[in-house]
Design a binder for this molecule. Structure first.
Ligand code: SF4
Length: 209
């Protein structure tokens, strides 16, 4: 079956669902482009600013950005250069590993983040209008689809610690470096870091091998 073949699609529900998700993806890309253009940015630059606003501190590098954008290092570097020229980000050594150069938002970049975060508000509004049982069913189904896409390597999930299989909350409450623990990094986690988005997140229900 082929989702892009009209006759195949007519007789096959998974193909129709795949095409519906493709169209949602197109709409999302359009929303991102429009919000970005309103602020003189490209969609990749918009996503880079959101990445720097919410990603775990240690991954706010050009290579972290490349992974988040699903782009090459050269493309991610061009995006970072353009944002730096606009005064929205700056490069600086990471205090924890001074040979690592991290990207950070400037005050001007930070000021732009709240309006960029609302780029999908039209989609959110449509979903909010659905009856709540439909929202609950859709959330469960879409989360399962995203989980399977991630397992197949089609998308990287950046999420907060609280649903992660590696997260050990309150593992060492008296440790001044942080009360929680990340079993992936084998390191303490301060409270604030548990609310940042991490590329190493694995949903708790997935078995770790
Ligand atoms: S791997 Fe999991 S627990 Fe560790 S920092 Fe990332 S999200 Fe948090």
């Amino acid at each position: 079956m082929a989702a892009f073949h009209p006759q195949d699609r007519a007789g096959d529900r998974p193909s129709r669902l795949a095409l519906a998700l493709y169209r949602i993806g197109q709409a999302v890309q359009m929303m991102l482009r429009r919000r970005a253009q309103a602020h003189g940015l490209s969609a990749a630059q918009l996503q880079a600013l959101l990445f720097l606003a919410h990603a775990r501190p240690g991954v706010r590098t050009v290579s972290g950005l490349a992974q988040r954008l699903g782009a090459t290092m050269a493309t991610a570097s061009e995006v970072a250069d353009a944002l730096e020229r606009k005064g929205l980000i700056a490069r600086a050594p990471w205090p924890a590993h001074r040979r690592t150069i991290i990207l950070r938002l400037t005050p001007q970049g930070e000021a732009l983040v709240p309006t960029l975060e609302g780029a999908l508000e039209d989609l959110e509004g449509l979903l909010r209008d659905l009856p709540e049982p439909d929202q609950i069913a859709l959330e469960r189904i879409l989360q399962e689809v995203v989980r399977r896409l991630a397992a197949a390597g089609h998308v990287a999930i950046y999420e907060m610690c609280w649903g992660c299989a590696f997260f050990r909350p309150h593992a060492h409450p008296d440790d001044p470096r942080g009360p929680h623990h990340c079993a992936f990094m084998n390191a303490p986690l301060p409270e604030a870091d548990t609310y940042t988005e991490c590329p190493d997140f694995i949903p708790r229900e997935v078995e770790i091998r």
